[in-house]
Design a protein around this ligand. Structure first.
Ligand code: ZN
Ligand code: ZN
Length: 372
């Protein structure tokens, strides 16, 4: 069938619209009519050539839509079902089978190779293949080939243009706090960098009942939004140079006084920020590195700072089991406890380049394209 897609012809070029030929869904695959798609920084990184997917390529990995057709062997969804598309996984490896599908041993191939598992793309133009299957969806297009494992069925009453970004950025932030830090009532946490991932983390910390939720950013307007979404304290790091000292003070003082945070999610991946942040952790506290860093970037800590049972860890997609976690977050949204809509700015599909510019400039927290 013929579809319309936003294509990146070469690294660092802007998206151009193109008619593309899409094959039928194969075994275990699902054809989805895309209604909406969020824009995530990984799309920008992939456009810049930072990931293995070859050009020309169709990106987009926060899609939601309606199942149009299913391939052989698919039982989880049927035509007409609304779905959120998310990161793909094999379902067979050790990590998939122990509840960590976002660390699937095949994840890089499944999500970044630009092809189906057989090494071929189902997308082509003038009989030449185009990379697709990005995060098992390539949803900057009117239709996507997803996999049975990469779609999460949602209720008929769920607004797809609100829940689309749950598939990546929002589950990443909320999951980092709820699943990885195992946030509990009374815990003290901080979130450094209040983009869509950081703000989702703040909403997650509020849901979990954390007693102290510190938001750190350089933009006053973002900090205001963070407070609205649940931050109990804010630190403007453009003005406050002693960020860790301020975090310790908020959390009850230094380690001698029994202060310190239980967990910090950093979304900036800035070396100096991370080196400073670890000193604000309580004993057994965890510093989560959640931002994508430039290739070659290094971290530096004093060895003594890792003592006291502290952990520095990475996190992908908020350690989510999407089939469980995404419906839970949708229930919280519907109950008014997880206001994702406050992060979203809408754009027509044809304005994808402007939407990305606005994400990069900080004008939009989470741009969502309305596609169908
Ligand atoms: Zn796997
Ligand atoms: Zn993403």
């Amino acid at each position: 069938m013929q579809i319309r897609a936003a294509v990146v012809e070469q690294a660092d070029e802007r998206f151009v619209f193109s008619d593309v030929e899409l094959e039928e869904p194969g075994i275990g695959e699902v054809l989805v009519r895309v209604k909406a798609c969020g824009i995530c920084h990984t799309d920008v990184g992939a456009r810049g050539g930072n990931y293995p997917i070859p050009f020309p390529a169709i990106l987009g990995h926060e899609g939601a839509g309606i199942v149009e057709k299913v391939g052989a062997g698919v039982s989880k969804v049927a035509p007409g079902d609304p779905v959120v598309m998310t990161v793909g996984s094999c379902g067979k490896c050790r990590h998939c089978q122990t509840g960590f599908p976002t660390y699937c041993r095949q994840a890089l191939f499944e999500n970044m190779s630009g092809t189906r598992p057989n090494g071929k793309s189902s997308y082509s133009r003038n009989n030449k293949p185009i990379s697709g299957h990005f995060f098992c969806q390539s949803s900057f297009a009117t239709y996507s080939i997803a996999t049975e494992r990469s779609v999460v069925k949602v209720g008929q009453d769920v607004p797809l243009d609100v829940v689309a970004p749950l598939g990546c950025g929002i589950q990443t932030g909320a999951g980092a706090v709820i699943n990885t830090l195992r946030a509990k009532p009374g815990m003290q946490v901080a979130v450094i960098g209040t983009g869509s991932v950081g703000l989702s983390a703040i909403m997650g910390a509020k849901l979990a009942g954390c007693s102290t939720i510190i938001a750190v950013d350089i933009q006053a307007s973002r900090l205001e939004l963070a407070r609205e979404l649940g931050a109990t304290h804010t630190i403007n790091s453009a003005e406050e140079k002693q960020v860790s000292a301020r975090m310790l003070e908020i959390s009850g003082g230094d380690l001698l006084s029994g202060g310190g945070l239980d967990g910090i999610l950093d979304t900036t991946s800035i070396k100096a920020v991370l080196s400073d942040a670890i000193t604000a952790l309580h004993l057994r506290g965890t510093l989560l590195v959640g931002g994508a860093a430039k290739p070659g970037a290094k971290l530096e800590f004093e060895t003594g700072d890792i003592h006291y049972g502290r952990t520095v860890a990475g996190v992908l997609e908020g350690d989510s089991i999407p089939d469980i976690f995404i419906p839970q977050l949708i229930e919280h949204y519907q109950a008014g406890e997880f206001p994702i809509d406050k992060l979203i700015s809408y754009y027509d599909f044809q304005d994808i380049n402007r939407a990305i510019d606005d994400a990069l400039s900080g004008k939009a927290v989470k741009p969502v394209l309305r596609i169908g």
